[in-house]
Write a protein that binds this ligand. Sequence first.
Ligand SMILES: [Mg+2]
Length: 213
Amino acid sequence: MQENDARKLNQMFNRISNLIAAEKDYLTELDGAIGDADHGITMMLGFGAVASELARSDFEDLLPSAVMTTAASVFLNAVGASTGPLYATAFLRAAKTLEARQSLDAAGQVAMLQAITVGIQERGKGQRGDKTMLDTWIPAAEAGVAALERESGPGELWRDITAAGESGAAATRSMVAVRGRAARLGERSLGHVDPGAASAVLILKAMAEVFVD
Ligand SMILES: [Mg+2]
């Protein structure tokens, strides 16, 4: 069970890496509008490094929490910019949560989603409505909790999670950035989707593909 869960997380990071790489230009374009146009590249480098490191791992002896700890340190080393510490903290939080339960059943998946969200929130000291990746993660985690309470199956659970994340990301278009580089633009950040919110949607979609499978 534990070996399977570690492999599942490996698949998850692989899928994230592939999806981010495929959408690199789209993310670059979004960041070009309100930032420094590096988001596609940094996210691709970060998750590419995580996927390469995990490809060298022996999953027979690896706990799910150890996969997340590795992901945190590799991502942080590869991504120096603001996104690095945010996702590194998120993955460390997820590692702690998985350490406590060591199961990636539906409840474990939602607990991981919540841990990622709380990690980003604590590290970035951000809120919903700031026009950041949290506008994707917070509603996605809330949708996960609600779907779990309704005892939804995995298909419905992850459909709800990704749909909530997508609407949250889309809503950043009508927000004024108050954090990060985009905040310098003030009102001029209006009309553009936040690149971090957009890449978070890609991460959720990759998670959905792997966990619904
Ligand atoms: Mg940037």
